[in-house]
Design a binder for this molecule. Structure first.
Ligand code: MGD
Ligand code: MGD
Ligand code: SF4
Ligand code: MO
Length: 745
């Protein structure tokens, strides 16, 4: 007998509601949940393959513990004994910074990843934190931190209402969107055009998204900051800069005008390979549109001027009066956001409070660059001790970060490593202990992160669709036990971790004058929490203290977990609404338009105006049926056009004597790879494209299907020294490479 159950899809940022068909404990089907308040039935091929992803036979079923050099199946008790025995001596002998923590992307797609890593980091107090953010969106956090005083205050384009979208370095028709949570992003772009709106796409490749646009600009990679600076310059020069109602909230408008003065369209045109007249037109159109939003993603972040580009995106939204207004770019308000405090000056955002040991990279948002992880392990120099033990949660940096070969060797030299990962893959194969979470069907789901980036305010929660199998442990419990094992409390009841967080949070809340529970007794509040598990109690607490919450009775109609559970398809909380000045946490209490670190980085951008790289530049790409490094093991999601090939333009191919389908050698600063060429005019001249997350040919992994068609690791072409200096973000796009035909014509 089959049954159905609801489950929010964790496979990308769109967070679609799915209806799963379940036979016994197996997911045999998945379709879009038509009643979902947010996704209204949308599903993509990945979501439709939920069952295959969930039921992959290569998923680990038990913990693995290394004995006599080999990873062997073990009990949970043995595994956590080994974690405590491996981590504690390192902390005690070398101090907390000798324990590195690596957090990968899927942490933003699990409840466990939202709820426990912050506790782990606070308890360990290690400065050796590396996450996927520094191969991704760290530049956006830094620019938001500097502009708004809050690294997590990221404006989101109002896709459903805007008249004009300038979309830069993003390909939502394949990625389904990022830092802009929108189920059916493709449908929303089509709707924008159908209502008479305009879509402009800036991308060195003619992507599926670009093909949908009114206009596509095939910019030279890495030069978006120049293009955007020139647009700002035009707005000032032509008196089109009009922040409107935002004006009293802005600081530094005059200084900003002066700072971008010499970035004229004529001055940047050659570097960007975009005509000056077109840049002027872009600026004029942005200013003239009734409402407009500039939105930029991976292609604008993972480049040498990532922070400047991210900053300029918001600058343009501000100068055209589009920040914080419907149809522009707004700050979402999630149900689990902290109780909004009254508007006013805050603590501001600090960068570089400490530096990495080997290369002296400044921290950003408490993190060091993932690119620097290998050297922090393998290089004994300077002050302090190298990283000797590593906790990796949902992270595969051997494939995701620059120079995987070096990291591969470095991981092998660690005293101890634990991976929380469902797969034995390129990274977890180095661990002494692997702790496998259950498949997603057996986990509860709530999007703590993505609801703060969603194009509509809404809240949804799904309990596990399938009960936890015998021998499995919930990922929330795995991480709670990991916290205990890492901090000298091995063996304690894991619910102690949740109790501690609840006590601390409520203890703080009752002291905050703006809190709905101000002055109340935290023990009385804790006793009122609903939910069957520690994580559910924490969710209930956050919902009740949050902006839509019942305030533990203060707002009798407000949100609680109980009310959310009664609405399995979610609760719609309305369109994005203007929120300024409340989100601002800068020291001035205003939007600080030209923060000092940005001003200090502008000369580097000015230099880039004169740069015209002669050789080929590498960019990445994503395929609809992929997800970074971990979905190549699912047969339903591989094959067809989802291939690891080097795309290059026919003219470049001819010049180099490269035939379609023939192997080519690609060489970069960090190494070389041999890969099949795909000759296509979908990439512009002078640019080649290779997807990431491939290279599944290392021994000691258990990825049977992926190993059959392993592909090559694009990040081996990088040596890890190219970074955006303000954010420490890796430069993954716009990287110079050499390409040579293997078989000469
Ligand atoms: N050249 C190049 N490199 C890139 C990029 C690029 O565009 N170009 N993109 C970058 C970006 S944006 C990102 S986010 C990073 C991603 O980098 P990573 O986060 O390192 O890689 P992922 O492949 O997303 O997944 C990491 C691990 O999570 C595991 N995992 C999957 N589901 C779960 C789960 O439910 N629980 C746990 N505990 N583990 C799970 C997978 O098995 C995998 O080992 O890659 C970056 N690397
Ligand atoms: N199917 C699928 N979906 C995914 C993922 C996946 O691996 N597969 N990964 C998820 C993750 S972790 C993330 S962060 C998001 C990313 O989401 P997106 O940002 O939409 O990612 P991409 O599809 O890589 O699109 C980036 C685009 O930038 C272009 N580009 C490269 N360099 C430059 C440049 O210098 N300037 C400009 N203007 N463009 C440039 C590339 O050609 C590419 O088309 O996707 C998420 N969704
Ligand atoms: S778009 Fe993303 S969230 Fe929606 S079904 Fe596809 S993978 Fe899942
Ligand atoms: Mo990402």
């Amino acid at each position: 007998m089959s049954r159905t159950a609801l489950r929010i899809c964790p496979l990308c940022e769109a967070t679609c509601g799915l209806t799963l068909t379940i036979d016994g404990t197996r997911v045999t089907g998945a379709r879009g949940d038509r009643e979902d308040v947010f996704s209204h039935g949308f599903v993509c091929p990945k979501g439709a393959s939920f069952g295959a992803v969930d039921g992959d036979p290569d998923r680990l079923r038990t913990p693995l513990v290394r004995r006599d050099g080999e990873l062997r199946e073990a009990t949970w008790e043995e595994a956590f004994d080994a974690v405590a025995a491996g981590l504690r001596p390192v902390v005690e002998r070398h101090g907390p910074h000798a324990v590195g923590v690596v957090l990968g992307n899927p942490n933003v797609h699990t409840m466990a990843g939202a709820l426990y890593p912050p506790v782990l980091l606070a308890a360990l107090s290690t400065r050796s934190l590396f996450t996927a953010s520094t191969v991704d969106q760290m530049p956006k956090h830094v620019s938001s931190g500097l502009l708004f005083g809050d690294a997590n205050a990221i404006p989101v384009p109002d896709l459903d209402h805007t008249d004009h979208l300038l979309l830069i370095g993003a390909n939502p028709l394949e990625s389904n969107g990022s830092l802009c949570t929108a189920p059916d992003f493709p449908g929303k772009l089509k709707a924008l055009r159908a209502r008479g709106g305009t879509l402009t796409v800036v991308d060195p490749r003619r992507t599926r998204t670009a093909r949908l646009a009114d206009r596509h600009l095939a910019i030279r990679p890495g030069t978006d900051a120049l293009l955007l600076a020139a647009m700002a310059q035009v707005l000032f020069e032509e008196d089109l800069a009009d922040p409107g109602e935002l004006t009293p909230l802005l600081q530094g408008l005059g200084e900003l005008r002066h700072a971008v003065e010499d970035f004229t369209p004529e001055a940047v045109s050659e570097a960007c390979d975009v005509e000056a007249a077109v840049i002027r037109e872009l600026a004029r159109e942005l200013a003239a549109a009734p409402t407009a939003a500039v939105y930029a993603r991976i292609g604008s972040c993972t480049v040498a001027h990532g922070t400047l580009a991210s900053w300029l995106v918001d600058v343009l939204n501000i100068l055209t009066g589009n920040l914080d207004r419907p149809g522009g770019a707004l700050f979402p308000q999630a149900a689990t956001d902290r109780t909004p405090r009254p508007a006013g000056p805050g603590r501001g955002f600090a960068l570089g409070r400490w530096h990495s040991r080997v290369s002296g990279h400044p921290e950003a948002k408490g993190e060091l660059p993932l690119s620097a992880l290998a050297e922090e392990i393998d290089t004994a120099t300077g002050d302090g001790v190298p990283v000797r033990a590593l906790i990796a949660v949902a992270a595969n940096p051997v494939l995701s970060a620059p120079d995987g070969d070096r990291l591969d060797k470095a991981l092998d030299s660690l005293d101890f490593m634990v991976s929380v990962d469902p797969y034995l893959n390129e990274t977890s194969r180095h661990a002494h202990v692997v702790l496998p979470p259950p498949p997603p069907s057996q986990s509860p789901h709530h999007d703590f992160a993505f609801n703060t980036l969603a194009v509509r305010n809404q809240v949804r929660y799904t309990r596990p669709a399938v009960p936890l199998e015998d021998g499995r442990m919930a990922e929330t419990e795995i991480l709670a036990r990991l916290v205990l094992a890492a901090t000298g409390m091995h063996g304690a009841d894991p619910s102690a971790v949740d109790t501690l967080v609840v006590d601390q949070t409520l203890g703080r809340a009752v002291k905050e004058p703006h809190s709905p529970v101000h002055g109340r007794d935290p023990r009385e509040l804790a006793a009122r929490l609903g939910g069957d598990t520690g994580p559910e109690r924490r969710l209930d607490m956050m919902l009740r203290l949050g902006p839509y919450g019942d305030g533990f009775g203060a707002e009798p109609d407000g949100l609680t977990l109980e009310r959310l559970l009664a609405r399995p398809h979610g609760i719609d909380l309305g369109p994005l609404r203007p929120r300024l000045p409340q989100p601002l946490k800068t020291a001035s209490g205003k939007v600080e338009l030209l923060p000092a670190p940005i001003a200090a980085d502008l000369p580097r951008l000015r230099q880039a105006m004169a740069e015209r790289p002669a050789g080929l530049l590498l960019v990445g790409r994503r395929h609809l049926r992929s997800n970074n490094s971990w979905m190549h093991n699912v047969p339903a999601l591989t094959g067809g056009t989802n291939r690891c090939t080097l795309q290059l333009h026919p003219e470049d191919a001819e010049r180099l004597g490269v035939l379609d389908g023939a192997d080519v050698r690609v060489k970069g600063a960090g190494g070389e790879v041999t890969v099949a060429a795909e000759v296509t005019d979908a990439v512009r001249r002078g640019v080649v494209s290779l997807p990431h997350g491939w290279g599944h040919d290392r021994p000691g992994t258990r990825l049977h299907h992926a190993a059959k068609d392993p592909g090559v690791n694009v990040n081996q072409l990088l040596d890890g020294t190219l970074l955006d200096p303000l954010s420490g973000n890796a430069v993954l796009n716009g990287v110079p490479v050499e390409v040579a035909a293997l078989v000469s014509l």
